[in-house]
Design a protein around this ligand. Sequence first.
Ligand code: ZN
Length: 102
Amino acid sequence: MPLIKVKCQACGIDDELKNNIELDKEADFFMCPSHTDYTGAEVHALFCFSCGSINAAALDSDENLRYILTYKLDETDLEKWCVEKKVPSIAIEKLKNYNYLK
Ligand SMILES: [Zn+2]
C-alpha cells in the first residue's frame, strides 16, 4: 500500500501516512473518512497534531490528496466532530495527550 504524502495547509508540516490509525500512531496527523462530496470523491479529514488544524482533502485513486479547506475547531466542537466522524479511540487518546481534548 503506497504511503500518502500529507502536508498541513495551515502550518506546513508534512508527513507520510499509511492511512491506518494503528500504523500511523507516531505520525503528526491522523486521517479519517469525512464524507463524499458532490463529485463523488471521498473526502478525508486530516487532523494536524502540530497546530490543531483539520485539513479536508479528497483522496484520488493514485493516493494523491487534493486539499479543499482547512479549519480549526474549539474543544467543544472538536469533541462533537470526533463523535460525528466516529474517530477511533486511539486517535481520541492522542488528542487528549496533545491537550486538544480534555
Ligand atoms: Zn498544522
